[in-house]
Design a protein around this ligand. Sequence first.
Ligand SMILES: CSCCC(=O)C(=O)COP(=O)(O)O
Ligand SMILES: [Mg+2]
Length: 238
Amino acid sequence: MTLRITATTLVLDLEGTTSAAGFILGDLYDYARPRLGAWLDDHAADPAIAAAREQVVADAGLSEDAATEQIVAVLVRWMADDVKATPLKTIQGQIWAEGFARGEISSHFFDDVIPRLRAWHAAGVRLAVFSSGSVASQVPWFRHSPDGDLTPLIVDYFDTVSAGSKKDPASYTAIRTALGDDAGSLVFFTDHPDEVSAAVDAGWQVVAFSRPGEPWFEADFGDVPVVASFDDVEVVAA
Ligand SMILES: CSCCC(=O)C(=O)COP(=O)(O)O
Ligand SMILES: [Mg+2]
């Protein structure tokens, strides 16, 4: 049975919802991993990279004069565990943005996603993104899709720097304020149970995605509707 949702704006999680975790943890992580050290050294004067480096040092309990190899070892460990640490996402995001611009990587979307995004956009539903991946990587992710440039479909992008943790209800309130919507007219699509809870606590509508093969398949999503595909949902513009 199709789930019918009325919303002004649909906010999208990426990994596990629009896109396969295996692709991100495979192709994208494989692209970033060997480039981490050189990126840190070559962009040491970039305030975002300097701040990310400091944060890694603090979070991992390294000494302030830690060598680049020590920082990289922490980042690689976090990547192996898919830790959604903001400094890791900042560094990865810059590396991926360059990879997308050079045509060396492109994005992945499940087959059911892009046709639905196009249809809902055409029907007047606003589309936005809230992902742990940095905005610097979200934009080229949508620009370099297998079905062409999807950025004209997206009104805004949010990450853990601009909005805050995806597990904190306050982040959803910050996004609601930025989008200028009522909480109840927003819907969040996500695969992560903690993100479901946080968005529900902020008063949002939520649809949980339980896709076979994804990390949170058949997790406990509480009382929200659970689907396996965008084809299971009809979003109607409020
Ligand atoms: C924009 S592509 C990279 C996405 C990424 O790094 C990530 O961690 C996605 O996690 P989420 O489930 O928050 O979309
Ligand atoms: Mg996700």
